[in-house]
Design a binder for this molecule. Structure first.
Ligand code: HEC
Ligand code: HEC
Length: 139
């Protein structure tokens, strides 16, 4: 009789805490989460990533208010705006590969020719892969 019910009660309490309290911290799981990481490791977004002031910025240094403009394979243009963590994301249906990608920050454009898919941080990471210069950055 001793310990089994007690352990069950503790586990149940932990589950309830995780379920009810988990959403309180916005940066925990939500729009501001895990800047710099490949969001598509866990999410089904079509385009997502994080914008930085330089290719070598630390993950936490994302910048808000940058326009991320992607043109899909059909020529359809979608504009996203980075949030307080520098993150941008959409689940809109887009035809891959992306024909063009550009960032606009205070009127200055930084562009990439095109991208095979919208998982920006799969290449734009530290250390970089896929020949990318590092983080997605806006001049
Ligand atoms: C390691 C897995 C993981 C990674 C990587 C991850 N997330 Fe999440 N995300 C979650 C989980 C778990 C939740 C909470 C459950 C849910 O709502 O899907 C969540 C919730 C969210 C939500 C709120 C619910 C929704 O689906 O709209 C947003 C927005 C979000 N994440 C954005 C991002 C962005 C942007 C990135 C990349 C910068 C990212 N996440 C990276 C696991 C992850
Ligand atoms: C398959 C790897 C790959 C993916 C995925 C990718 N990029 Fe790139 N990106 C590159 C490479 C390589 C360069 C440098 C050559 C060039 O400019 O085309 C680059 C350069 C850039 C540049 C100019 C330099 C910089 O870092 O600011 C921007 C802006 C950019 N990418 C944004 C994006 C965005 C936004 C996404 C997601 C929609 C994305 N990229 C997805 C490989 C990738």
């Amino acid at each position: 009789m001793g310990s089994t019910p007690t352990i069950s009660m503790i586990l149940l309490s932990l589950l309830l805490i995780a379920g009810c309290g988990g959403g309180d911290d916005e940066s925990d799981e939500g729009p501001l989460m895990r800047p710099g990481e490949n969001c598509m490791a866990c999410h089904a977004f079509t385009v997502a990533g994080t914008a930085y002031p330089s290719a070598s910025s630390p993950a936490s240094a994302g910048i808000a208010g940058v326009s991320v403009i992607v043109t899909d394979a059909n020529g359809q243009e979608t504009t996203l705006t980075t949030n307080a963590a520098g993150n941008f994301y959409t689940s809109a249906t887009l035809a891959m590969p992306l024909r063009a990608v550009r960032l606009v920050r205070a009127g200055v454009t930084t562009a990439m020719g095109g991208a095979p898919n919208g998982a920006c941080a799969s290449c734009h990471t530290q250390p970089p892969s896929g020949g990318a210069p590092g983080r997605v950055f806006a001049n």
